[in-house]
Write a protein that binds this ligand. Structure first.
Ligand SMILES: [Zn+2]
Length: 364
């Protein structure tokens, strides 16, 4: 990429001008939205986050180049997140992965990350070209800060959007509503209150993965800025292989083509088009699991049994039988554990997992 001499770059640098664009009410907490545009320099966009009493923030950055969070710097000069500390077998946030032209960071992720102290935090976002080299670009930033002094309880607003024709299908709508009841029951013991709204749409009943569909930015554009969009489809990526998929770990409260969770009603119904009681239980667990990803939770162990989350109180088991025994009832276990007659209920969260979901900026 053509690079301007430094002096000229300095002249055209824009300050990170912040504009208060919204203040939304939800639950007991308040959510504030600030937007800005930052020009990167030597491959790094330095984004200021001014904190005064807020308890968590979510940064969504987009540009024409690949983006990943490189570091989070606290007002006291410490650096509680550096990307290379999380490039091994434990996963804290997908914000550090160089995957696309947007990146989403929720901070703090865990109780162990400490509180959000007052002062100016900075987030260093790497801007990288498709050859893997640092480059420079304008980075558009949406910051959401929540003012919520109680991180042990909160309300999550889920906006359930039916793909084309499904809201007119009573089998689907009855199944979704029963599954949502189950979802709320799963979350209640962990202090998470679920509020839902329902919408009709004409979006396709088969959707590719989040970020790959032409309609997906439009799906998210109907959200109110504090809601998580859940699109109910018939199939995902042309098959019934997928129960559901989340647009990010964490996912954004802003409007992008990753700003949704997609769930297949047909897969959750077992493929036969009818919901048994076990199907409803599994469907509710799928909704809580996928939205759990969106709120920052990784699987406690991946299906290869050699990658784990960043939490101390989820077992770092090895091998299939040991992991099914230690974690098979965990909501975030990567697959259903079933025998000939039934599947193990997967509805348990550890204290630290619940803490991640409570720290999500959309949990108000
Ligand atoms: Zn999962």
């Amino acid at each position: 990429m053509f690079r301007l001499p430094f002096a000229l770059v300095a002249l055209i640098l824009l300050p990170g001008c912040e504009l208060l664009t919204g203040l939304l009410n939800g639950g007991s907490g308040m959510l504030e939205t600030r937007t800005s545009s930052v020009q990167s320099q030597d491959g790094i966009a330095t984004i200021d986050v001014d904190v005064s009493g807020e308890s968590a923030f979510q940064l969504t950055a987009t540009s024409g180049q690949l983006l990943a969070v490189e570091a989070v710097n606290a007002p006291d000069g410490s650096q509680p997140l550096y990307w290379d500390d999380w490039s091994g077998v434990n996963s804290l946030t997908s914000a550090v992965w160089l995957e696309g032209k947007d990146t989403v960071l929720n901070w703090p992720v865990r109780q162990a990350d400490g509180n959000l102290s007052d002062g100016t935090w900075t987030v260093d976002v790497a801007v990288v070209d498709d050859q893997g080299y640092y480059t420079d670009d304008q980075v558009d930033v949406v910051l959401k800060l929540k003012d919520d002094s109680d991180l042990s309880t909160g309300t999550v607003n889920a906006r359930i959007v039916y793909a084309d024709g499904l809201k007119q299908d009573s089998v689907v709508t009855a199944g979704v509503q029963d599954a949502v009841t189950r979802w709320a029951e799963i979350w209640a013991p962990y202090g998470i209150n679920l509020e839902t709204s329902y919408e009709d749409s004409s979006f396709s009943t088969d959707q590719p993965f989040p970020g790959e569909g032409s309609e997906q930015a439009e799906v998210s554009s109907g959200a109110n800025g504090s809601e998580i969009t859940v699109l109910i489809t018939e199939t995902i990526d042309g098959s019934t292989d997928y129960y559901g998929i989340a647009g990010g770990i964490p996912g954004t409260l802003d409007y992008t083509d990753h700003a949704l969770v997609i769930v297949s009603w047909l897969t959750n119904a077992g493929g036969d088009g009818e919901f048994s009681d076990d199907d409803i239980r599994l469907f509710g667990e799928t909704l809580a699991h996928e939205v759990g990803h969106y709120m920052g939770l990784f699987h406690p162990v991946e299906t290869t049994f050699d990658y784990w989350d960043a939490l101390d109180d989820t077992d770092d088991c090895g091998g299939q039988s040991a992991c099914e025994s230690a974690l098979g009832d965990n909501l975030m276990f990567p697959y259903p554990v079933c025998d000939w007659t039934s599947c193990t209920p997967q509805d348990q969260l550890t204290s630290q997992q619940a803490g991640v979901n409570q720290r999500y900026t959309g949990t108000l």
